[in-house]
Design a protein around this ligand. Structure first.
Ligand SMILES: Cc1cc2nc3c(=O)[nH]c(=O)nc-3n(C[C@H](O)[C@H](O)[C@H](O)COP(=O)(O)OP(=O)(O)OC[C@H]3O[C@@H](n4cnc5c(N)ncnc54)[C@H](O)[C@@H]3O)c2cc1C
Length: 438
């Protein structure tokens, strides 16, 4: 039987998935919703989405996600979301030195975009420096061997501002928010045994308070295994690097309107943000994990300061990317460097399902796999669909609950074609970082 709309619902996590869910539930008439967020404010410093921008591209190698991204794109063009969507195009390329895996992936993305009737009119191929410069005159680097395509259907979204907008809208709809380490950080879900089996009765905060709920929705991003350890290594905390170059106002103006520029073997960057004059860069790579040797599970570090750096190898990739495109910026200091943690699954599929043996009283919303923000406007609908599903079962089989014992580990990184490079342990890295400073 569907949950009556007046029953108390708790959402743990005020990041992208949690806020989207809070807004959708409150819009659909659920009247008793409380969001718990461990940070003092939203956007939370812990949220992977608290960022200047995220790529909003609709083409996926996988048709299922392409259709979802098209649906999300339409939602980004509605009044609540439109102020944060910038349709500057997505320039998806490889350099002349790219490994075949990167070239093949780029070609599959391109084929997906060209195949889709909605996107097809927006897509065109680019090959070599001259063609690239016709598209983007600002790129005065050598662009050695660059080729790929531009998709003008795509662009980027200002993710921190979009979080702010949805937070405001959810509050206006009557959603309660409990913020901060003491009242907002959830320590655990509280269960009781009933004659039908285990059932959640609410949550306990780090401060020790108990809050009752009929349904607990866990949307804690990279921290999923801390609250739902049963998911095991199917969801692992993983990080990618982010850094910025600070520009002058004139430099920001002259780069206005450049497409999201992606070299699949090096990384990507965005149009600079006019308020801060920051140009954001991300290197391409396998990412970093933080595995606890005793459990075999990767979880985000306990403090934010432990993630305020980028590995040297990533810095080199970002500089090389600038050197090939905007060489006058290649030697500038990189600022606001961080490792940004997300919830990765071995097949890159999301997890949207009830936690087994909880009598459908706990739902896990996780496994964003580093590509979930584009779906921000529609995530909440997936929760509604599950709440209304027959037999309380996730109808989309790829989003159903799975668990792997940590001994089995995750499937190999190579299972996901768009990931290039090895996954590294953050602890090995920090040792190297310290050594390299000596
Ligand atoms: C470097 C990087 C680049 C990315 N680029 C893109 C992109 O270009 N396009 C795209 O679509 N996606 C991108 N993503 C992915 C996107 O950021 C995520 O898919 C999205 O943020 C996932 O939302 P979430 O709500 O699951 O997690 P988050 O947004 O991380 O939110 C989780 C929230 O839970 C809170 N929380 C955790 N534990 C607790 C607790 N115990 N109690 C209370 N609160 C808690 C945290 O404070 C946080 O606010 C990128 C991710 C990274 C890391």
């Amino acid at each position: 039987m569907p949950l009556p709309k007046s029953e108390p619902v708790i959402i743990i996590g005020g990041g992208a998935f949690g806020l989207s869910t809070a807004l959708e539930l409150s819009t659909r008439g659920y009247t008793d919703i409380t969001v718990f967020e461990q940070d003092e404010e939203i956007p939370s410093r812990w949220s992977a989405a608290n960022d200047l921008n995220k790529i909003m591209r609709a083409e996926y190698e996988d048709g299922f996600y392409t259709e979802l991204a098209i649906e999300a794109m339409q939602a980004w063009q509605t009044p609540l979301f439109a102020p944060h969507f910038h349709r500057v195009g997505f320039l998806n390329c490889v350099t002349g030195a790219a490994p075949q895996k990167a070239v093949d992936t780029m070609e599959r993305f391109r084929a997906a975009a060209e195949r889709h009737p909605v996107m097809k009119p927006f897509v065109s191929g680019v090959d070599g420096r001259d063609e690239l410069r016709q598209l983007c005159w600002q790129f005065d680097g050598q662009l050695p061997g660059w080729k790929g395509y531009i998709n003008k259907y795509d662009g980027y979204v200002h993710s921190a501002n979009a979080l702010r907008g949805v937070y405001r809208a959810a509050r206006e709809n009557g959603v309660r928010f409990l913020l901060g380490e003491k009242v907002g950080a959830v320590r655990e879900i509280v269960y009781e045994d009933t004659c039908q089996g285990r059932k959640s009765v609410g949550v306990r905060t780090q401060g020790g308070d108990f809050h009752a709920a009929s349904l607990v929705i866990v949307a804690v991003g990279a921290a999923a295994t801390k609250i739902v350890p049963e998911i095991g290594s199917h969801v692992q905390a993983k990080a990618w690097s982010v850094a910025h170059v600070r520009l002058t106002e004139d430099e920001t103006s002259s780069l206005r309107g450049i497409p999201v520029t992606y070299a699949r073997d090096l990384g990507f960057f965005f149009e600079p943000e006019p308020k801060t004059n920051l140009l954001k860069l991300c290197p391409m790579g396998g990412g970093y994990v933080n595995t606890d040797p005793s459990t075999g599970l990767s979880q985000p570090p306990e403090s934010l300061t432990q993630s305020r750096f980028v590995p040297h190898e990533d810095e080199l990739k970002m500089r090389e990317l600038l050197h090939q495109t905007l060489p006058h910026l290649a030697d500038r200091p990189l600022v606001r460097k961080s490792l940004c943690w997300f919830a990765d699954t071995s097949n890159s599929d999301f997890v949207v399902d009830y936690v087994p043996q909880t009598s459908s009283s706990v739902m896990l919303l996780s496994g964003d796999s580093g590509h979930g923000f584009k779906m921000f406007p529609i995530v909440g609908r997936w929760v509604i669909d599950l709440l209304n599903s027959a037999k309380e079962q996730q109808p989309i089989s790829r989003w159903r609950w799975r668990n792997f014992s940590s001994a089995n580990g995750n499937a190999s990184q190579d299972d996901v074609s768009w990931r290039i490079g090895d996954v590294k342990e953050i602890r090995d890295l920090q040792i190297n970082q310290v050594e390299s400073k000596l």
